[in-house]
Design a protein around this ligand. Structure first.
Ligand SMILES: [Mn+2]
Length: 449
């Protein structure tokens, strides 16, 4: 069916207006509270490679993308003055070396006063003459000093906008659902390639092809780890050949839609039934954690509950020999689960505002002993978070544990036998509701069996 009539396009068209109204309201409130009369947001600048005539791939800034789904227009601007229609000053250089930004079409363009300009300097003429009450959000550039703005990236204003971004609009949820749909299609293809004996690099190619995305369009570099590479939490290599013996795959890869990300991890055992059973236990634990999510839940409690459940899995799998409470209290579970249980997700894969106590100021500290937790807020309706428990066999952390009192809790021969699998992580994206949560990832997998 034609794109313009698809249910998805209809949903985006019907929800974008209310989304933009929410963004405008948040901006107006934040501007008033911070003492500004207008907001100028930069899409981002192209970054040159040192002593070369190339640039790094362009990534539009999230504070810009929350206004408009434009990802190919460096040096463009959104100008917002409360009460007026937002203005999009779109940089479309006449340049026969490169394709300039597309002329916007679709469900969102009628909501903007769009002003194409042929160069960055010309953008100034499309903005109000007097910007002395306006705040700017974006990286600085040379001409900006002469534009007469009141402030650049004022922290109070930025903070209020970041805080509000945690709760997603219906439009944003539609984009996030689509990002999960695309990402799970990629995961299906990646799992198939793994079973067929592919290298890490070939698994990535299968993922990209199924998503219909090039690497720079992904929200983060995929983690595609065969065997013990799964123990490197942000493993960034892509082996061009499979190892001589293949045991397992840990793939953490997401897609994006309309600028919004999915963040999905699955782990597979090729043949080993014991490791497959451990993956299944982590999967069941992950579902149990998801079942406890609803508005009003303190994310710090989710982190602590995850460690208690992890201790049970480790003990049942004969990886540790002490009791659950002892495993948590002694820090033994943190040897096997050294990262946070999840984070906010949205325009950025690790979305902003995870520690903010209020729009005005103050941070909520992490629980003691959990230095990598990225979210400490109480969940609200519309928050989108990841849920990503794991169990890893990380040499560095195991060596540290072997040197102190935790050594007595760990079954070292069992750890030695499991180390070749690297680790397990199961990660879904959850949209928080008043009574529970919507599992964007499992729903997407179920819709594309
Ligand atoms: Mn994640």
């Amino acid at each position: 069916m034609p794109e313009a009539e698809s249910p998805r396009t209809h949903e985006l068209a019907s929800t974008f207006g209310p989304h933009l109204a929410t963004v405008e309201k948040r901006a107006a409130t934040a501007l008033a509270a911070s003492g500004f009369s207008g907001l100028l947001v930069h899409s981002g600048a192209l970054l040159d490679v040192f002593q070369d005539d190339r640039t790094y791939p362009f990534q539009a800034n999230a504070p810009f993308k929350v206004w408009a789904p434009v990802d190919d227009a460096p040096d463009s601007f959104v100008w917002f003055s409360p009460g007026a229609r937002p203005r999009l000053v779109l940089n479309q250089p006449r340049d026969y070396w490169y394709k300039s930004a597309r002329t916007p079409v679709g469900y969102w363009v009628d909501h903007f006063d769009i002003r194409p300009v042929p160069e960055r300097a010309a953008a100034r003429a499309e903005l109000p003459g007097d910007l002395t009450g306006a705040a700017y959000i974006g990286e600085p550039f040379a001409e900006l000093a002469a534009w007469g703005l009141k402030a650049m990236n004022p922290s109070g204003l930025v903070r209020r906008l970041d805080y509000a971004r945690a709760a997603k609009t219906a439009y944003e949820l539609a984009c996030l659902r689509e990002a999960s749909r695309v990402g799970t299609a990629g995961h299906r293809a990646a799992a198939h390639a793994f079973r067929a004996g592919a290298s890490e690099f070939e698994i990535e190619l299968a993922f990209l092809e199924a998503c219909g995305l090039r690497e720079q369009e992904l929200p983060y570099n995929p983690i595609i780890a065969l065997n013990e590479a799964g123990a490197v939490l942000h493993y960034q290599l892509l082996g061009k050949r499979p190892p001589p013996e293949v045991y397992s795959l840990l793939i953490d890869a997401g897609a994006q839609s309309g600028g919004y990300a999915s963040d999905i991890t699955r782990t597979y055992s090729l043949e080993d039934a014991d490791f497959a059973a451990l993956i299944e236990r982590v999967d069941q634990m992950q579902l149990a954690l998801c079942a406890g999510i609803r508005a009003g839940v303190d994310w710090r409690d989710v982190q602590l509950r995850a460690h208690a459940l992890t201790a049970g899995v480790l003990r049942d799998a004969d990886i540790i020999s002490c009791g659950v409470e002892e495993a948590v209290a002694s820090g033994t579970t943190r040897v096997f689960l050294p990262h946070g249980i999840g984070h906010l997700l949205g325009l950025e894969v690790h979305d902003v505002g995870g520690f903010m106590r209020s729009p005005e100021g103050g941070d909520i500290p992490r629980p003691d002993g959990h230095p990598y937790l990225r979210l400490t807020r109480v969940l609200e309706e519309g928050f989108v978070v990841t849920m990503e428990p794991g169990i890893y066999f990380i040499d560095q952390l195991l060596e540290e544990a072997r040197a102190d009192k935790r050594a007595a809790h760990i079954n070292w021969s069992r750890v030695g036998a499991l180390s070749k699998f690297g680790g397990i992580r199961i990660e879904d994206d959850l949209a928080v509701t008043r009574v529970g949560c919507e599992n964007l990832t499992r729903d997407a997998f179920a819709a594309n069996p």
